[in-house]
Design a protein. Structure first.
Length: 342
């Protein structure tokens, strides 16, 4: 698990839990919303369908440097995720990872009940939807399916797990090339298999890949896998030739299909498959807010930094709704150093 993962707690499938604020999505906007809620004395539960926090940053570009987050000259997706998780940690949010939020129903006592796909329930006074592009499902190669969870992976959250192992990466986009570059110094061998002659990834990264200790097979396709309890080998066809490569892990970096999933049926006012919000990030449902790439309003720019501002706005408005009489503006964090470091 990445450093963020070390701090993540979870509860068993089907269990019920509660908090002042339920956050749907552990991407940058959701994590920061939980921080801002915590700063206002509100507890939070953070639900994400992915097994790791970080949203797109962790799933799609953990090794890429982000240059336009305020205060960071450059920060990798993985590092920003770790920092966001560390930042919210003093407020002890309850993470429910690998869990999809399936339904949202009003509840007389709590406010809202978020129903999870596995039967779990989260009772909360307010809900912040930070679901980004929605639920993402990895594109799969049918021949790899039998080894899912037994060597076939769609993310590389922990590079160290692959130390001294043979890794085959399938794909030709940025994720495939970035993961190959990140794994090359760690793994025993890295082979990239791409079915086309040229890569779609960033040109500079592709050059780095060809210069690194990485075997690159183009016009090539994985045709099968072998292994008893765990993946051990993959078969790759290149032209007329069929190779057998040792492989403890195959990373299928073939992209993700995203869809709004169940959120589309929660009675929210939508515009172009995004949730319409007002200037306080309120949706049409009481005490339900939307922030980050899932929300829309005139002139919105889909950037991490914009999502951070929206998260702060939503959490502070939620604080006022949940604690009537409290001020909208939070106190300055500079006045709370001791509490935040504890
Ligand atoms: C390759 C790439 C490079 C990028 N580079 C930059 C950059 O340099 N600068 C920048 O500002 N932005 C960049 N972006 C865009 C940036 O990643 C997004 O704007 C940002 O991730 C949006 O954050 P978010 O928290 O709104 O949503 P996301 O990061 O999409 O997170 C949403 C989370 O919600 C979860 N979710 C969705 N539906 C459910 C559900 N029903 N139940 C449970 N969980 C659910 C998803 O699993 C996901 O983890 C880049 C994007 C990509 C793909």
């Amino acid at each position: 698990m990445n450093q963020a993962g070390d701090r993540v707690k979870t509860i068993v499938a089907g269990a019920e839990t509660g908090a002042d604020v339920a956050v749907v999505g552990a991407g940058p906007a959701g994590l920061y919303a939980a921080y801002c809620a915590g700063f206002r004395g509100l507890s939070s539960v953070i639900v994400d369908a992915l097994p790791e926090p970080g949203g797109q940053m962790a799933a799609l570009y953990p090794e890429k440097k982000i240059h336009d987050v305020a205060g960071h000259v450059a920060v990798r997706g993985r590092e920003l995720t770790d920092d966001l998780v560390a930042q919210v940690a003093p407020f002890d949010p309850h993470y429910l990872l690998g869990r999809t939020a399936a339904s949202l129903t009003p509840d007389e006592s709590a406010g809202w009940v978020l129903g999870l796909e596995d039967g779990g329930r989260v009772r909360a006074g307010a809900v912040v939807i930070a679901a980004g592009l929605g639920r993402s499902t990895p594109r799969v190669l049918p021949c790899l399916r039998p080894y899912e969870g037994r060597g076939v992976a769609y993310h590389v959250p922990r590079l160290e797990e692959h130390r001294d192992r043979d890794v085959v990466i399938v794909g030709g986009g940025d994720s495939a090339v970035d993961w190959a570059l990140a794994l090359a110094p760690v793994a025993r061998s890295v082979t990239v298999v791409h079915r086309r002659p040229a890569f779609r990834a960033h040109e500079h990264s592709v050059k780095q890949m060809y210069a690194a200790d990485i075997r690159v097979l183009t016009d090539a396709q994985v045709t099968g896998c072998e292994g008893v309890d765990h993946l051990a080998e993959v078969r790759v066809r290149t032209g007329e030739e069929e190779l057998t490569l040792p492989a403890r892990t195959v990373v299928a970096a073939l992209g993700f299909i995203t869809n709004l999933g169940p959120i589309a049926d929660w009675g929210l006012r939508m515009e172009n498959r995004q949730i319409a919000v007002d200037r306080a990030m309120r949706t049409n449902l009481p005490r339900v807010y939307a922030v980050g790439d899932i929300c829309t309003y005139e002139g919105r720019v889909p950037l991490i930094s914009v999502g951070f501002g929206e998260a702060a706005t939503a959490a502070n408005h939620a604080a006022v709704e949940l604690r009537p009489g409290s001020r909208l503006a939070p106190e300055h964090s500079t006045d709370r150093e001791a509490a935040l470091l504890s």
